[in-house]
Design a protein around this ligand. Structure first.
Ligand code: ZN
Length: 454
């Protein structure tokens, strides 16, 4: 049984020294013991931390990251960005989707994300017709995750309408559209395809309240039942809130909580525009708030009321979403900084028993991310997957910090990537900052970018 030995590690039970970790054949931790022997174990030099789940990704958007920073009118918004996104999505082939996703997932691993929830809504060919195998593009994502070696919760998205109240889809959405029946068929196909992948699972996903009707949500939930995670984009934009009010007299979160039994299976992505009563509903329900700080900043979405939410025990995780940034550090830093900028105060996200901001946001994102992915990840403890990252122990800032102060140094003061090695399910996927597939993937990805620009 492979064994590893780390001088410093953040375990589920707290910081520990001289930790021995044993990993079973399926990649699950079988034993984690502090102040243990290193005999026969592979020594890990550096600081051992649990790998971070990334709870929200649209892989293909990595290919357009940084291309939309060009002013086209004084009111550029999410909605003008979406036009550019629709332009690119109209061209992609299954091969290109797989290469972009593999490139992205390698970058994620290097950034400290060891698993990802892929909110996958591009289903059909460029004319909007189903592929011979309707699950083709979902399988591209699954293959990319396998070859990169990242854990995956694949969330095939139900997307049927262009606006509240079941409005017909527009031409830019032609590759996304499923009926409830064709969506349930897609779920069945992907479930059997993923069955043999121990680090992959399937979830349910509604694009947004704009894109599905109340009847569709209840039909899918009653057909699928079970324990799968359920994700939805909920209140990203003020216009979305206004349109929902015009349609129903309710804000998106209000409508959802009044019409659906939201529990801890749910991940509410971009609950950005949440009023205090909605924040209370979210916190009480046990759902996870899916916060995507760098994307929400990039798109000018707004700032989630995280201070009140955490004070009520609300659960959250982080996602890199449109992938303008791939950095656990940057997401967590901006989670705290957004609250500071709004409140003109320091040190906003803490708990009464935990004044260290870095530890509060890191632990919170691990737990919420694991819940949102529905996978046994998010900590170093027996029964959880051996997903971890190793920080450079010789970095002077980290070498001279202890415990939670080390997390604060890393999250709030590092300016280079200090992640040296990354393991997923007991296998090293990043060594000395490099991935085995990195060179091949870079050149294939470069060719994809050239083709898309042509
Ligand atoms: Zn999204």
């Amino acid at each position: 049984m492979p064994a590893f030995f780390a001088e410093r590690a953040l375990l589920a039970t707290g910081w520990a020294n001289n930790v021995r970790l044993e990993v079973g054949a399926d990649g699950t931790l079988t034993q984690v013991q502090a102040e243990a022997s290193a005999e026969g174990a592979e020594r890990i030099s550096g600081v051992l931390l649990p790998g971070m789940p990334n709870l929200h990704s649209h892989a293909f958007q990595r290919a357009m990251a940084g291309l939309a920073e060009v002013a086209s009118n004084p009111n550029d918004s999410f909605w003008t960005w979406r036009e550019l996104m629709y332009g690119m999505v109209g061209k992609l082939s299954p091969e290109q989707v797989e290469i972009i996703a593999r490139q992205l997932y390698i970058e994620m691993l290097k950034a400290g994300y060891t698993s990802v929830a892929e909110f996958h809504y591009v289903h059909h060919d460029t004319n909007g017709q189903p592929y011979a195998n309707p699950a083709e593009l979902g399988l591209s994502i699954s293959r990319a995750a396998s070859s990169a070696g990242i854990g995956l919760t694949l969330l095939p998205v139900l997307y049927s309408h262009s606006g509240f109240g079941g409005q017909p889809p527009n031409a830019g959405q032609r590759r996304f559209i499923h009926s409830t029946d064709s969506y349930l068929d897609l779920q069945t196909r992907l479930r059997s395809a993923l069955a043999g992948q121990s680090t992959q699972r399937l979830g349910l996903c509604f694009h947004s309240l704009r894109a599905v009707t109340a009847g569709q949500i209840s039909d899918v939930l009653s057909a699928e039942g079970g324990s799968a995670p359920i994700h939805i984009h909920i209140a990203e934009q003020q216009k979305e809130v206004d349109d929902c009010l015009a349609w129903s007299g309710r804000r998106p979160l209000q409508w959802l909580y009044e019409n659906v039994a939201v529990d801890n299976r749910w991940c509410l992505v971009h609950a950005t525009h949440a009023e205090p009563d909605e924040v209370a509903l979210m916190a009480a329900s046990g759902a996870v708030a899916g916060l995507c700080l760098t994307t929400e900043a990039n798109l000018g979405d707004g700032i989630f009321p995280a201070v009140g939410y955490l004070a009520q025990g609300g659960r959250f995780g982080i996602g890199s979403d449109s992938h303008v940034s791939l950095s656990v550090v940057e997401e967590l830093r901006w989670l705290e900084y957004g609250q500071r900028l709004r409140d003109t105060r320091r040190n906003r996200l803490y708990r009464s028993d935990q004044p260290m901001i870095g530890r509060t946001v890191f632990d919170g994102a691990l737990a919420g991310g694991a819940q949102a992915l529905g996978q046994p990840v998010g900590g170093l403890a027996p029964g959880l997957r051996a997903d971890w990252l190793v920080l450079d122990g010789e970095d002077p800032y980290l070498a001279n910090a202890q415990g939670d102060a080390l997390l604060n140094r890393w999250l709030f003061a590092s300016s280079e990537n200090l992640i040296r090695h990354v393991m997923v399910a007991g296998k090293w996927v990043i060594r000395e900052g490099r991935h085995l597939e990195e060179q091949r993937t870079k050149s294939e990805f470069s060719a994809v970018l050239r083709a898309l620009a042509a």
